[in-house]
Every structure is written in C-alpha cells, then in structure tokens.
Design a protein around this ligand. Structure first.
Ligand code: SF4
Ligand code: SF4
Length: 477
C-alpha cells in the first residue's frame, strides 16, 4: 500500500473557490442602502457589483496598473467569480509578467478555453467540512513513532505500479501473521518505547489487511496496547454489514481507502482486478456502519493520480466523498518498491514496468531531472530520510525491511523483528548501503515533504498535458 506519494499540495487546488455563482449581479442592481444594515450575502453582492464596475473601468483605461487588476482579481477569486478572476489575473500578467501572485493564482485555476469549464464551475464542495475532516484525520494519524505492520503479505488486486503485481513479489512473504506473533510484536514495541510516547501502528504495508480473518482482533490488540491504529484498504471485498461492524467496531482511529477512478473504465486501468462499483457500495456501507455504531473514525479516500484519471472521475469521487463526509486526498502514483524506483531514476527500467511509466504523471526519471533544475531544491541526505527517522515496517513474516518502501529481501535488516532490539534495528537501518542509491537519485520518498515547494509548477504542467482543468497558459509545456 505504498505506491502513493503524499504531495501535500492541497494549496494547488483551490476547490473551495470553484463554487457556483449565485447569480450575476448587474451594475444597475447595486443597492443604495447602508452596508451596515445589509446581510452578509447582500454585502457580498454589493462588493461584487462594485468590483464588476471597477473592472470595466480598468479594462477601458490604458493606464490601469497591474496592482489595480490584482486587487480586483483577488476580490473575484474570493467571491467565486472564477471567469472574471482568470481574466483579471491575465491582465495583471500582461502588465507585469513576473507577478508571482497572479502567476500562482492562474496556475491553480482552470484555463478559460477549457471545454469543461462551465461544468466544472458548477461543482461545489463543503470546504469547511473538508477542513474539519482534514484536521480530524491529521490528528488521528499522527504519532511520535510509526509502525507499519503487515498482518498479511498478499493482495487481491494487481495494480501495475505495485511490487505486489510484479515478478519480484515472488520473493516477498505471502503468509498471514498469527495473532500470537502480532501480540508479541506489540509487547516488544511497548517495552522499547518510553511511556508517554505516542505510537501509531498501521496495519498495512505491502498487503491488504482486510484479507486477514482476524483483522478485528489485530485492531483490538493494538488499541488495548495503548497505540493508535490505522488501516488502509482497497475496499474491494464482498463485505457484509456484520464484517464491517466487527472491523470498524474494533476501534481503528483512521482508515484510508485507495482508489483511482469513479468508473471501472478508469479505475481498472490501475486497480487491476478491482471493481469500483463494489468499492463505492462498500463506501456507503462504511458510512452506514459508522452512523449506526456512532463511530468517529477518520476516513480518508486517497485518489491515486495518473495521466488518465483527472477530469470527471476526480470530480465525481470528490463529490462522493463530500456526500459521505470522508476526507478526500490525492497524490501522484509512483513506482514501487524503492528498489525499482531507484533503478528507473537511473534509466534502468524492467520491461514489465514499461507500460506503467506511460501512465505516471511524474516518473522517477522526471523527478530526478526536475529536482536538478528546480531553484532552491536541496536534496536531503539519506541519513535524514523520513521513512526511517520515526517509522519502521515489519513484514507479515516478521522480517524488517530498511523502510516501508523496500520490498527486496536483500535489503532487510532483520529476519525476525522479535529477535533484534530496537536500538540495534535503528543502527542497522541507519547504515544501509541501499539508501545511497536514494540519495543519488534524490528519491521522492527521501524528499517527500519537499515536493510542495518544487512540484507545483511541475504539477500544473503535467495536469495541463493530461487535459486537466488546473494549470493555464502560465505553465505551457
Ligand atoms: S491494492 Fe494491492 S496491488 Fe494495488 S497498490 Fe495496494 S497492495 Fe498494491
Ligand atoms: S533513503 Fe531510500 S531506501 Fe533508505 S530509508 Fe529512505 S526511502 Fe528507504
């Protein structure tokens, strides 16, 4: 479950701004009574009308400055008048091509000549609700130290970008961890961390935990040990209400659902063997169970972005999440495991991955070249990799990889987690030779949280190329 790279570029997609317009306010409709007595709504209409009036004056004058247009552009943008905002930002750039505020804003807005613009501007989301869900999720998922533990080393799907679908999967463990072993692992974790430290145990890494019949018991044991508990699933299962009640009722703090389309035509391109209709039915079932049992589990839908699945599928999944009060998140899909990513960034790509590269919005090689020229990007040394500074993975057979992104047994640091003290494991991971390759290619995992600063422009370019409705003339390919 790691082919997803957290981009954390929510700022690049100002969905809240894409709310439907409540109706055009003509200049002649400007109210004449005191603004103090107007409702907030009519005050907004008043300011919009004022802005429209000023906009016409500015457009008619050859002396209008970039600053004046920028003020108006922001006004339009904030009030959801997206068409006017786009035009006003464009006027800014005509006068001041280096204006960052206008350039950034345009990069986040649809292009005016986008044929889907009318439809897209009608899409509205509960921006406040989404902000609350994001806060809830962030709190529930955090921890001072994170363990990704695979209860099962197999998956029911065959996503082409995932190690599970590749020949290398033959070398990965495919067993089910016993509850007894899992409890021993929890006990060791409790012994090896000081009291008061917040430990988060995620019941996933390379496997689909819903396949494990004892999953509810795994969750209960995690909670009983005093740890936070996270799930991640493709939700592609014939679930009964009873099974879902057992899993969710066991008390996980968070659950992430991974999908890549709203229709099977789109979803199945990457979630091979999956059926999005089953997933969507289960999403409704999850909401039903949460409400029925009065549970406050943070549910997040992680939408994996490829070249083919932005547009309408993206919008409709987002709307579905909104209606179910699930947090919606998205991120680039990339190649896994890390060993394949490293090779690919160096130009060595195995035949079985060749088709996958075409689907990616950003290949490891792209990232390698992009970061080389991105102003201000300083690659992180492998010793500071976030995948090993406060987190560790344990495979279903108890072996410990150098990090959660690694799947080659030769890069394991222990064959049995239970036999090696925590400090020794940390020492072995700190000195792993395989990390040097990550440093060499400036791996996305290694530099994951630096993506925001360098990736916005990249994202806009790629999204444009993929026919998406963000990005604009500002970032032509
Ligand atoms: S659903 Fe299965 S095959 Fe697809 S990415 Fe997750 S673990 Fe890999
Ligand atoms: S540097 Fe690479 S191999 Fe090493 S822990 Fe980080 S992601 Fe894993």
């Amino acid at each position: 479950m790691v082919p997803y790279v957290e981009l954390n570029v929510a700022g690049a997609f100002q969905w809240g701004a894409l709310e439907p317009e409540e109706g055009t306010v003509a200049e002649s409709e400007v109210p004449g009574i005191s603004a103090m007595r107007r409702s907030e709504e009519s005050a907004m209409a008043y300011r919009n009308a004022e802005a429209m009036s000023a906009f016409r004056v500015l457009c008619d004058s050859e002396d209008s400055t970039a600053e004046a247009f920028l003020t108006l552009a922001k006004r339009f943008h904030a009030s959801g008048r997206i068409r006017e905002a786009i035009v006003a930002y464009q006027r800014v750039l005509e006068r001041d091509p280096a204006n960052d505020a206008a350039g950034c804003a345009l990069g986040q807005l649809p292009a005016l000549d986008n044929p889907a613009l009318d439809e897209l501007l009608l899409v509205s989301f509960d921006a406040q609700g989404e902000a609350e869900r994001t806060r809830h999720f962030a709190k529930a998922v955090s921890g001072d130290y994170i363990y990704n533990i695979d209860p099962v080393g197999a998956c029911n799907l065959r996503c082409p970008s995932c190690a599970q679908s590749r020949s290398m999967a033959r070398g990965m463990p495919h067993n089910q961890m016993t509850l007894k072993t899992f409890k021993s692992i929890l006990a060791k974790i409790a012994r090896e961390h000081p009291k008061g430290r917040v430990i988060a145990v995620n019941l996933f890494n390379w496997g689909e935990a819903f396949l494990h019949k004892d999953l509810p018991a795994f969750i209960r044991a995690t909670r009983a040990a005093g740890f936070r508990c996270g799930l991640s699933t493709n939700l592609n299962h014939a679930l009964t209400v009873q099974r879902l009640e057992e899993i969710l009722g066991a008390g996980p703090d968070v659950m992430r659902i991974s999908i890549s389309g709203f229709t099977n035509q789109t979803h199945q391109q990457q979630h091979a063997r999956g059926d999005i209709n089953l997933v969507k039915a289960n999403m409704h079932l999850v909401r039903h169970v949460l409400d029925r049992l009065g549970l406050n589990i943070a549910i997040e839908v992680g939408y994996l972005l490829y070249r083919h699945n932005f547009g309408q599928d993206f919008v409709r999944v987002r709307q579905l999440c909104d209606s179910l009060c699930f947090r919606f998140d998205y991120g680039f899909s990339t190649l896994t495991p890390i060993e394949t990513l490293q090779a690919s960034a160096m130009g060595h790509i195995e035949d079985e991955y060749a088709g996958v590269l075409d689907a990616l919005l950003m290949t490891p090689l792209d990232w390698f070249h992009w970061t080389a020229q991105a102003p201000g990007f300083v690659a992180r040394p492998a010793s500071e990799c976030p995948l090993k500074t406060n987190m560790i993975a344990i495979n279903s057979d108890g072996s410990v990889p150098v990090c959660c992104a690694s799947a080659l047994p030769e890069n394991n640091v222990a064959t049995d987690y239970l036999q090696v003290p925590f400090e020794e494991l940390e020492q072995r991971r700190a000195n792993m030779a395989s990390c040097a390759a990550c440093e060499q290619v400036r791996s996305v995992f290694l530099n994951g949280d630096k993506l925001e600063a360098v990736a916005k422009e990249f994202i806009c370019k790629r999204m444009n190329a993929a026919g998406a409705f963000i990005g604009s003339e500002r970032y032509p390919l």
